[in-house]
Design a binder for this molecule. Structure first.
Ligand SMILES: [Zn+2]
Length: 237
């Protein structure tokens, strides 16, 4: 039977039977991939902590009855600084949760993989993360999966717009258009979100402060992926 070699970032895992776990990874070549790690819940497990969430790993996989079985794991990156700080762990949890929600099985997802790797890498840097890193990450994720909100042009007519936003219609709404559910947002907020969406995650612009950038982005994403993200996330400035 042929073994396959793959790489991925561990998104989560859950128990299977007495001692095994299903380990869900994001593979750039194969999208969301569910694998089985046998006997990983025994204290003598040969996998150690190598299949912990956020780890970037290389896997050797053997075909199983329904899921592929992990036979070897080596770590490429474990993001040690990220793990020493609860705020950063929570931020990383939102990132993997959102990726898990949008990734498809058996579908190449290089862009999504690259985005997650960048997000975790920035969270692992020695300096404090940008307070709106998670908001920026979610906006980039929306772009990768084709859900990017319109942040400068009215979703109904295309005119420049900035002070009203509709979560359901997917973006800003001008003063003339009647769009259901459009709500007023703080002046400058949508322009700031636009700059977050356009900037590299390691070079984000200085923000206006406040938590509404993340709040609005998170509600927008949750609505469009049809899932609540369970991890709280606040990166202290
Ligand atoms: Zn309009």
């Amino acid at each position: 039977m042929p073994t396959t070699r793959d790489e991925g970032i561990v998104l989560r895992s859950y128990p299977l039977g007495e001692a095994d776990r299903v380990v869900v990874v994001l593979s750039p070549r194969r999208g969301r991939l569910r694998t089985v790690a046998r006997a990983i819940r025994k204290t003598t497990s040969r996998f150690g902590g190598r299949l912990e969430p956020f780890n970037h790993v290389e896997l050797l996989l053997f075909p199983g009855r329904s899921l592929e079985v992990v036979t070897q794991v080596s770590t490429v990156e474990v993001f040690p600084r990220l793990r020493r700080d609860l705020d950063r762990v929570l931020a990383a949890s939102v990132m993997v949760e959102a990726v898990d929600a949008v990734a498809q099985e058996q579908e190449p997802s290089q862009a999504l993989f690259d985005l997650l790797l960048r997000g975790l890498t920035v969270l692992d840097r020695p300096e404090p993360p940008h307070p709106d890193l998670v908001a920026a990450f979610l906006l980039h994720l929306a772009g990768v999966v084709g859900l990017a909100p319109s942040l400068t042009a009215c979703v109904a007519c295309g005119a420049p717009a900035s002070d009203r936003f509709s979560l359901t219609a997917g973006g800003v709404v001008c003063g003339r258009c009647r769009v259901e559910g459009a709500m007023r947002v703080r002046p400058g907020l949508t322009g700031y979100l636009d700059s977050l969406a356009r900037s590299e995650l390691d070079r984000l612009p200085v923000g206006p402060g406040g938590d509404d950038a993340l709040g609005l982005t998170r509600r927008f994403i949750e609505l469009h992926i049809d899932r609540r993200l369970s991890s709280p996330s606040v990166l202290s400035p």
